[in-house]
Each structure stands twice: as structure tokens, then as C-alpha cells.
Design a binder for this molecule. Structure first.
Ligand code: HSE
Length: 443
């Protein structure tokens, strides 16, 4: 059994009873967690009210090269044995993936340890099982590092805004795709070229699927939606489109209307239900999220009383992610010292998640058309037939080289995609060159 709080055995100033910390994984994040634990042990002890001691690090291979020097006796390949040891009070899980992470976290909680994890995929797929186990054990499960790395965003949603009503959260929560889109915007590069550059610089993985296809952002969107709207939203509930189909034409088309293309995780309240989606979006350049460059992340929150809030910073990387992990460690350790645990994130609202077709959005559509009388009227009719109202129409070029750029007012995504399908089949439309959802008001 891990740390108990019989009187006299409480860790705290002067008792000499350190809290035992186990770290699962010693890759780029784990090694920085271990480094900071060591370097900041004095400050951590003062902030927690008891000393902390690293008692073990579980790794896959004992002889793998690492960024930190660790005494051999701290390393083990038996993670299961480590998390259930009597001297382990807090387990830090930074191995990622579903298994064995889930079994290890459950074993740790069951044996009385609190858990800090950065595992967005697991939380978004099966958070309910983990939270129930934590509640049953009377221990904490903290996960600030799972969304947007170093940026404090989960605590603000869970605690600071707990008295307000959040209406919408929009985030750039994947640095790799933001880097690629930023290069496409600033250099005019195509997607493949920008991806190759991101891989060369180490931003994108050799297999970039999780980032490029939006899986990573969808997991983070589910976590944000759950906290913002006090409901259980899983990754499977999140509509997901990646950036692989974003073309240089889309980016140029956005530029022409004073916008920039970003991959956004968007979750909002609509008539009591939640929508949760990840897809490329054109946003005006004056929107705060448009200024998020390179591989940075940012989350923009709108709530009834607070209004608009923006959280910005590094969303990945060993040290930034370790900062969020250590912050959680201090919180759960303080609770252990006090003999308490935090209330789990509430899911009382139990809101339904809207299918994408019922989600209200706006579209930007660029069309190659012939410049002759009646073409604009026919295009406008295609929108009207689906009940979609048009906000702006712009024509570029003339004669055989005319382009119509239409931005719609709000309509359901089903109405908008039916309009685009219809336009694709029209004889007067030579090509639909760019279709993308639009967020934010243009000046
Ligand atoms: N691969 C992610 C990114 C970071 O590119 O932002 C970890 O979630």
C-alpha cells in the first residue's frame, strides 16, 4: 500500500518522510521530468511541504541512450512492479499510447498512488475508466500536460472558470501542423514541401499521421470539450479532418481575403448540445489565433462573464511538457501531504455531442467559372436551394478566366456540403478550386 496518512507518518517539514515518485518512460519528456525533479528538489520540497524522492524509472531498454544520467539502481524494465511498490506515492506516466499505460495507471491508483499523466490518447479514449478508478481509490489523476504542453489550459477550464459559463473553445493544439501551415502561408510552399521541412527540423515525426491527419488534435479537443462543458466527450465523438488536402491554392485564397489557414480544434455549445471538431479553417489575420506562428500552440476561450481569453505557449518538447507535469506533481503531492484529493472533473451536464452535419459553420468556396451573364445568379441559386445565405461574393479575372469567391453566412455543415456537391456538378462551374470552413468576422 502506498502513502497513508496515519498521524506521525505525514510527510512535511521536519518529518523526514519523503514522497516517493516513480516515472514511467524516460524519453524526451521523462528525462526532463527526472532532471527537474533532481535540480529543483529543494524548491519542490518547500512548495509541497515534504521532500520528494525519485525511487524508480521504468524504461523499455536499460541500455538505451538517454538525455540524463541515472543511477543504474533506479532503472527497471518492470513497470508493473514499480507502480505497486510500497514506497511509491506518485506515478508519473509519460510513455503514451493506450497499453500498457492504462493497466499501469489503474494498478498505480489501485495500490494507492496518485497519478500524473501526459497521455492525451488514453484520456480521450477511455478517461472514464481512469477517473472512476481515481475516485474509488481517493487519489488524484492530473493531466495538464496532455493538452498544449506547457500551456496552463486544463486548470483554468476546470478551476478558474468553474463559476462561469464557457461557450466556446478554439485551439491550435498541434504544433507540427501549425508549423506546416505557417510555412505554406509565409513561403507559399506546397504541403509536401512544408512537411519535409518540418521533418528535417524534427518537428514532424517520420510517420506524421497522428499530427497531419488530426488524430492528436482530436484527442486534445475531446479533453477540452469534456472540461469546458462538464460532459464526457471522447475522441470518437470528435469530427476530424487533417491538413493533407490543404493546397497552396487554399492558402492563397485565404490570403486574398485577409485570412490565414489554421488547423483548429473547436468545441462549442449550441442549443444545449456540444459540437467538437478538428479541421482546417480560414480565420481573419486580425484574430488572435492567426498570429500563432511556427510550432507554437494557443487556446482561445470564450465565456459568458469573462469574455475572451487566450492562452499561448509551447505545446510540445521535453522541458515545456515537463513543466506542466511538475506543476501537477506539486498539486497531487500537496494533496497527499494534506491527506486529501481533488474532486474529479464534473460530467454532470451530460450534454449530447452533435453530429458534424448538424453543426453550424460557414464556408468559403472558390469557383472557376466563365464570366458571362447569369453565372452569378446560377451560383447564388445553388446556395439558396440549400437554404444557405451568402455573406460576400467576389469576382476575380474575367472572360474565360473568372473566379468567384463566395463566403456564406452560417448554415449547418450538411447544408453547406450539399451546396458544394451541387456546385461541383454544375455545367457552368469548371472547377471548385477551394472549399474551407471560415471562423471569425472579417473587418
Ligand atoms: N505532436 C504534437 C504536436 C505534440 O505536434 O504538437 C504532442 O502532442
Amino acid at each position: 500500500m502506498a502513502y497513508q496518512t496515519p498521524e506521525g507518518d505525514k510527510p512535511g517539514p521536519g518529518t523526514g518522510r519523503p514522497l516517493g515518485i516513480a516515472v514511467l518512460g524516460c524519453g524526451s519528456v521523462g528525462s526532463q521530468v527526472v532532471r527537474l525533479l533532481e535540480e529543483q528538489s529543494g524548491d519542490l520540497a518547500a512548495r509541497i511541504g515534504a521532500p520528494v524522492r525519485l525511487v524508480g524509472v521504468a524504461v523499455r531498454r536499460l541500455d538505451a541512450p538517454r538525455e540524463v544520467d541515472l543511477p543504474a539502481e533506479l532503472l527497471t524494465t518492470d513497470a508493473q512492479a514499480l507502480v505497486t511498490r510500497d514506497d511509491v506515492d506518485v506515478v508519473i506516466e509519460v510513455i503514451g499510447g493506450i497499453e500498457p499505460a492504462r493497466s499501469l495507471i489503474l494498478a498505480a491508483l489501485e495500490s494507492g498512488a496518485s497519478v500524473v499523466t501526459a497521455n492525451k490518447a488514453l484520456l480521450a479514449e477511455d478517461g472514464a475508466t481512469l477517473f472512476e478508478a481515481a475516485e474509488k481509490a481517493g487519489r488524484d489523476l492530473y493531466y495538464e500536460a496532455a493538452v498544449a504542453g506547457a500551456i496552463p489550459i486544463l486548470r483554468p477550464l476546470r478551476d478558474s472558470l468553474a463559476g462561469d459559463k464557457v461557450t466556446r473553445v478554439m485551439g491550435i493544439v498541434n504544433g507540427t501542423t501549425n508549423y506546416i501551415l505557417d510555412k505554406m502561408d509565409t513561403h507559399g510552399s506546397g504541403f509536401d514541401e512544408a512537411l519535409a521541412e518540418a521533418q528535417e527540423l524534427g518537428y514532424a515525426e517520420a510517420d506524421p499521421t497522428a499530427d497531419v491527419d488530426g488524430f492528436d488534435a482530436a484527442a486534445k479537443c475531446a479533453i477540452l470539450a469534456s472540461l469546458a462543458f462538464h460532459s464526457r466527450v471522447t475522441a470518437a465523438d470528435v469530427h476530424r479532418e487533417g491538413i493533407a488536402d490543404v493546397t497552396a491554392t487554399d492558402v492563397a485564397s485565404a490570403k486574398a481575403m485577409g485570412s490565414v489557414v489554421k488547423l483548429l480544434a473547436i468545441t462549442e455549445l449550441k442549443d444545449g448540445a456540444v459540437s467538437a471538431r478538428v479541421h482546417p479553417v480560414m480565420i481573419p489575420r486580425h484574430h488572435p489565433l492567426a498570429s500563432v506562428r511556427d510550432a507554437f500552440n494557443a487556446v482561445f476561450v470564450e465565456s459568458e462573464a469573462a469574455g475572451q481569453l487566450m492562452f499561448y505557449g509551447r505545446g510540445a518538447g521535453g522541458a515545456p511538457t515537463a513543466s506542466a507535469v511538475l506543476g501537477d506533481l506539486v498539486s497531487v503531492a500537496r494533496n497527499l501531504v494534506a491527506g486529501s484529493s481533488s474532486a474529479p472533473a464534473s460530467t454532470y451536464a451530460d450534454r449530447a455531442v452533435l453530429p458534424m452535419g448538424e453543426t453550424v459553420t460557414r464556408y468559403h468556396v472558390s469557383l472557376d467559372v466563365a464570366d458571362r451573364a447569369g453565372v452569378l445568379a446560377a451560383v447564388a441559386t445553388a446556395f439558396a436551394e440549400q437554404g444557405v445565405s451568402i455573406q460576400t461574393v467576389r469576382q476575380e479575372g474575367r472572360d474565360d478566366d473568372a473566379q468567384l469567391v463566395v463566403v456564406s453566412h452560417e448554415a449547418t455543415d450538411a447544408q453547406l456540403s450539399a451546396t458544394v456537391d451541387h456546385l461541383r456538378g454544375m455545367e457552368i462551374v469548371r472547377d471548385v478550386t477551394s472549399v474551407m470552413r471560415v471562423e471569425g468576422e472579417h473587418e
